[in-house]
Design a protein around this ligand. Sequence first.
Ligand code: EPU
Length: 426
Amino acid sequence: MDSYKLLITGGIPLTGETYVSGGKNTSVAVIPAALLSDDPCTIDNLPDIEDVRVLVDILRALGADVSFDGAARRMRIDPRPVSSYQVPYKQSQRMRASYYLIGALLGRCSHAEVGYPGGCAIGNRPMDQHLKAFRALGAEVEDKGGMIYAHGKMMGGDVFFDKITVGGTINAMLAAAKAEGTTILFNAAKEPHIVDLANFLNSMGAKVKGAGTDTIRITGQKHLHGSNYTVIPDQIETGTLMIAAAATRGDVTIHGCIPTHMEALTAKLLEMGVQVTEMDDAIRVRTVRGHRAVNIKTQEYPGFPTDLQQPMSALLTRANGDSIVIETIFESRFKHLMEMRRMGARVQILDQTAIIEGVTELYGAPVTATDLRAGAALVVAGLMAKGTTEIYEPGFIERGYEHIEEKLRALGAVISRAPVGDHDAR
Ligand code: EPU
């Protein structure tokens, strides 16, 4: 349990200029990929967040020489001293993306023994497609006692994903980059961070083609060399800031983002009546009138991202009219809405559908973050609400948002930390 809570006094329009940090979900794939290199790699624009720091610990425990300068957002990884292929359960449980160590270690040394991943409790989150891909590339895989044991020289092969999976696609790319022969991934995920990982691998001498489409072709290379690489900006942080700007009826320009990655959200905000102006690497979001209710259905990229469903559905609790939100990717991604009922939100939840009846006001109340994006959604809720909202377990938010409190404060938000005491609400 976190020893502090976040206090947000809402109702203040966010205004001004802000910037977006490097992508979390791209960073957690690119960092393990550096293990495939024969030489040191330098990676820039990494966000200084908990998930990145956990990966540093894991890579060091494997023997890699890693230095991370959080202020400069730069990491240097020398994989040459790596002497282990084991990531114990205690470490792997600290984050979801620890599962990328399986693909990276298989690719590097044909052996991986990695504990089950942790991460947000947003659904069942099986790994069958990852294991299927490793087996298709020649690994013997055993899933036993909370550990995945995968061994075998990687040989190119065809992988037909039964389901579109971001993690499965990335893990297969990592395992295939140095395999003997060619691998083709069918029904692959198309998220921007899949393309970013392919660009990083290619900058090391890999031959990855088709990333960003549903068929990725990887011609395995015996050796990959060191590289200096800059990761792309965070699509979900950009979206969260856009939603926060709209929610507070503010006027915010977000610099350093890639507007084309935001099309699904931009289209929905425009449908709500929000003004969104796209520039080369910036987006301005303004609200002049009230918000219309809209319907949302989460889908794989380029559809509406599940990671933005939570902050977006928080915004919809104050729209004019009823909105229907269908979550198709994860089973348990409405916990923030249940918390928001205490703030006055009117929501019915039937399996993976939320019916939101817009209200004119939300009121500050004690609420608990249950996962990263639920935490972000509750921040959006707190920014909209009258009075003070207390968010418990805010540590979830730190796992994925760099300096979020400072960024919001600079835009005018009243947000602070307070210690959790014995008489607190949680
Ligand atoms: N699935 C399977 N079998 C598998 C893999 C996935 O059935 O072997 C299912 C999942 O249960 C889910 C769907 O396929 O229903 C999609 O899962 P996917 O594998 O795409 O998700 P993930 O790799 O577990 C990543 C991000 C998530 C993001 C999803 C979807 C990381 C570390 N995590 O998860 O990010 O929601 O893709 O875009 O990159 C977050 O940032 O808050 C977050 C949860």
